[in-house]
Design a protein around this ligand. Structure first.
Ligand code: SF4
Length: 466
């Protein structure tokens, strides 16, 4: 049984994609750190499948350079990224900690026009010395920034959790046995991975990153990078809702949101504003919380801030309870189906994030464990079959708006579950997870993050501009 921490599901990183940016970044770091110093003078990287088809738009090549230079996605100054990349491109050299080598991204990063048999998102790294390969490693970027390789499998240590969870039914069983909430069970498992104090710090860091990301998104205007000419909208929406265009700091912005009118339509617009803000930041390679992926990074902050601003916010501990419940639902989908759009389409990204947010919100609004999973089931049920068709291979259209839709569905699912009886619900979460997996396997490959179907296919003029 796989033991996943909720802090593997929620990771601080940079946009635009967890599987196409953060996964390859991590693979490059692992590879460079596995090499002996000065044992090589060339590195070639081969990108297969979805990584090849949408890697340019998803900044996979840039992520690989940053990984080979051993920058950490969690701590890098995202403003510096364009300068670092430009410097490597101009100098055609890579000053890695294991050696300074000739490296021209156009020559040494290969976008291979075929699929690798390991996974739809496969990268192969080859280090060589005077033309002779000295090390080769195959990595799969399996979604949410997770990577797999043979050497990782060999070196991985099994973690035993007090409450091993494979299914929704397991989780409900523990909450009934201990008469407690989902987040209490998750907390007990998390203590195996880290101390209470560190867990608190990590929750604080996640909330701070989400809040800052939304704030920055609401402060920034202009056109997103990539060539699609997508205008940022969060700032205009925020201005419309508060009547104020500029803020001197984040606290002033928070006070303005709290003081703004709160009709149904206005709150509905705020939810969209929060989601758009995150995904506009994500599309411009800024700092976001992967939750459970970057393309879907706006859903959970939008729902969490909906709770923070417009519900009976019960203090910082409720943020921990929200994120633990949501994170555990993300783990269930990763174990029982997939969180990779290259494997399951957008149901695996926006669908999963919506299901996670629905469960988190239900717990903090006083729902039972069964109602939290019922909300999660409802949210995913109405994302089943959702395809991934990013126009121009960029995480912008339809991705940015889709986060607003995922957030709204999560809130509706929560409200239905809070007013419903989970014991009489016809569909259970475990059934919808299995159905999502079956749907993923039946889905045509054109709709699995290849930009070969759907909107991406029907907007060829836009693609040509990218
Ligand atoms: S369409 Fe959905 S899954 Fe595909 S890149 Fe956009 S948000 Fe991610």
């Amino acid at each position: 049984m796989e033991s996943i921490s909720v802090f593997d599901i929620f990771k601080i990183g940079v946009g635009p994609s967890s599987s196409h940016t953060l996964g390859p970044w991590k693979a490059a770091q692992l590879f460079i750190n596995s090499l002996e110093a000065d044992s090589f003078n060339r590195i070639n990287i081969y990108l297969y499948g979805s990584l090849s088809k949408t890697g340019k738009g998803h900044a996979t090549d840039k992520a690989i350079i940053l990984g080979l230079l051993d920058f950490h996605a969690e701590t890098i100054d995202s403003q510096e990224i364009p300068h670092i990349i430009a410097s490597v491109e101009k100098s055609t050299h890579l000053k890695t900690k294991k050696g300074n080598i000739f490296f021209d991204p156009t020559l040494h990063i290969h976008f291979v026009d075929s699929f690798h048999n390991k996974h739809p998102n496969t990268l192969v790294f080859k280090a060589s010395l005077e033309g002779e390969i000295i090390k080769e490693e195959v990595y799969a970027s399996v979604g949410g920034g997770f990577v797999e390789s043979d050497s990782l499998t060999r070196s991985s240590k099994k973690v035993s959790l007090p409450y091993p969870i494979e299914t929704g039914q397991d989780l409900i069983g523990y909450t009934e046995q201990k008469t407690c909430a989902i987040s209490d069970i998750v907390q007990l498992n998390e203590r195996v991975f880290d101390t209470e104090e560190n867990i608190e710090d990590k929750i604080d860091a996640l909330l701070e990153t989400m809040l800052e990301c939304v704030y920055q998104g609401c402060m920034t205007e202009g056109v997103l990078p990539g060539g699609l000419n997508v205008q940022r909208r969060a700032k205009g929406l925020c201005h419309e809702l508060t009547g104020k265009a500029e803020y001197s700091n984040r606290d002033e912005w928070i006070d303005a949101i709290k003081a703004a009118p709160q009709s149904f339509n206005q709150i509905n617009k705020w939810i969209s504003c929060f989601a758009l803000a995150v995904n506009e930041q994500n599309a411009s390679l800024s700092r976001v919380v992967t939750s459970p992926t970057n393309g879907a990074a706006g859903v959970i902050p939008a729902v969490l801030l909906y709770y923070f601003f417009f519900c009976d916010y019960a203090g910082k501990d409720s943020v921990r309870r929200f994120l633990f419940t949501a994170g555990e639902v993300g783990c269930l989908f990763k174990k029982g189906a997939t969180i990779s759009a290259a494997v399951g389409g957008c149901q695996a990204e926006i669908g999963v994030s919506s299901a996670m947010a629905a469960a988190g919100l239900t717990e903090v609004l006083g729902g039972s464990a069964k109602q939290a999973l019922m909300a999660s089931e409802i949210a995913m049920e109405h994302h089943l079959g959702l395809t991934c068709d990013p126009v121009g291979g960029l995480v912008q259209v339809p991705c940015i708006e889709r986060n607003a839709m995922g957030a709204i569905k999560a809130i509706t699912a929560c409200n239905l579950a809070l007013s419903g009886n989970p014991d009489t619900a016809i569909v259970k979460l475990d059934t919808v997870i299995k159905t999502m997996w079956d749907t993923a396997q039946d889905m045509n490959g054109k709709y699995k993050e290849t930009s070969e179907g759907g909107l991406a296919f029907n907007l060829p003029v836009l693609m040509a501009n990218c």
